[in-house]
Design a protein around this ligand. Structure first.
Ligand SMILES: C[S@@+](CC[C@H](N)C(=O)[O-])C[C@H]1O[C@@H](n2cnc3c(N)ncnc32)[C@H](O)[C@@H]1O
Length: 275
C-alpha cells in the first residue's frame, strides 16, 4: 500500500527536464566517471545470462540503457515520473529489448517474482523512512529467488566527511575554531540537515531527500529478507563535486554514496538458514 502524500517529490522528477546541469546533478552515478566505472565493474560480473529480465527501478532518463541492453534479455525501465520515461524512450529508440513501465517502487505487486536483477541507483531517496523501507521490501518481492539487487543509496556519512573538510579549510584560512564551526553549521542549516534520521534538502530545487547510514542499510536489507553480498562506498570524483557545489578537496578521500549488492535467498538457502 502506498502511504503519505508524496506528490511534491513526484512532480519534481516529472519535470523531465532535458538539460545538462539537471542531468549531471541528479544522475551522478552515471554522469560521474569514477562512480560509473565502479558500478559497471560490479554489474559486468552479475550480468552473465542473456535471458535475464533486468529492472531499472526509478530509472530516470536512462543513462544506463546503452550499457544494459546488449547484456540481458529484457530491460524493464520503471519510474513513477512519466516525463522521465518519455526522455529515456526518446533517447534510446534504437534499442529493441526495453520495456517502459510507469509504476511506483512503493508498490511493485504486479512485478512480484519477476526480475533476475533489480537495479536502483539513487532512486530510494523519499522524504519518508517508511517509504524507504517499503521500497526495499518491494524490490525484494519483485525479485525471483536467487535474484540480485544492486542499489546505490545516498550516504549521510558523506555530509559528516564534507563538514570535517570544510572545517579544516576554514581553520587554514585563519578562522577561530568557533567561527569555523559556525560557518559549516550555516551551510548545513540552510539544507535543514537532520543527521538523526538522515534527511536533507538537496539538489537544484532543494527537495528533502533521505540519506542513509551504513548500519541503516544493513538493517533495512536484512529486515526485507535479503542476504547482503557486499556493501561498499561508491566514490564520486572531486571535479564533479566542485561543479555541483559539494566542495573541492583534491587529494582527500572522495565523497561517496553506498553501493549495496544483495541477494534474495532461494528456497534451498532459506531452509539452510533456518536450521
Ligand atoms: C536521482 S534520480 C536517479 C535516476 C537513475 N536511477 C540514475 O541513477 O540516473 C531518481 C529517480 O527515481 C525516480 N523515483 C523516485 N521515487 C520513485 C518511486 N517511488 N517510484 C518510482 N520511481 C521513483 C524519480 O522519478 C527519478 O527518475
Amino acid at each position: 500500500m502506498i502511504t503519505g502524500n508524496k506528490e511534491i517529490e513526484r512532480a519534481y522528477w516529472n519535470q523531465g527536464k532535458n538539460n545538462e546541469q539537471y542531468e549531471e546533478n541528479n544522475f551522478t552515478v552515471w554522469t560521474d566517471r569514477m562512480a560509473r566505472e565502479k558500478i559497471i565493474g560490479h554489474l559486468d560480473k552479475i550480468l552473465c545470462d542473456s535471458t535475464y529480465i533486468v529492472a531499472d527501478l526509478g530509472c530516470g532518463p536512462g543513462h544506463i540503457l546503452p550499457y544494459l541492453s546488449p547484456l540481458c534479455g529484457t530491460v524493464m525501465k520503471i519510474d513513477y515520473a512519466e516525463e522521465m520515461l518519455k526522455v529515456a524512450e526518446s533517447r534510446n529508440t534504437d534499442l529493441t529489448n526495453i520495456v517502459y513501465k510507469h509504476d511506483d517502487m512503493r508498490d511493485l505487486q504486479r512485478w512480484y517474482d519477476t526480475f533476475d536483477i533489480a537495479i536502483a541507483t539513487n532512486s530510494i531517496l523519499p522524504n519518508s523512512i517508511d517509504d524507504a523501507d517499503q521500497m526495499v521490501i518491494e524490490i525484494f518481492k519483485s525479485l525471483k529467488e536467487g535474484g540480485v539487487c544492486v542499489a546505490v543509496m545516498p550516504s549521510i556519512e558523506t555530509s559528516n566527511w564534507l563538514a570535517r573538510l570544510q572545517y579544516k579549510s576554514y581553520r587554514e584560512d585563519g578562522l577561530s575554531e568557533e567561527d569555523a564551526k559556525r560557518e559549516v553549521y550555516k551551510e548545513f542549516e540552510e539544507k535543514s540537515f537532520d543527521g538523526l534520521f538522515g534527511f536533507m534538502r538537496d539538489g537544484p530545487e532543494n527537495l528533502v531527500q533521505k540519506y542513509f547510514y551504513y548500519k541503516e542499510i544493513k538493517y533495512m536489507f536484512k529486515e526485507a529478507g535479503f542476504n547482503i553480498l557486499s556493501l561498499e562506498e561508491l566514490p564520486y570524483g572531486w571535479e564533479h563535486s566542485r561543479k555541483y557545489g559539494y566542495g573541492y578537496f583534491p587529494g582527500e578521500k572522495e565523497i561517496f554514496d553506498w553501493l549495496v549488492i544483495a541477494e534474495k535467498p532461494n528456497s534451498e538457502s532459506l531452509s539452510t538458514n533456518l536450521t
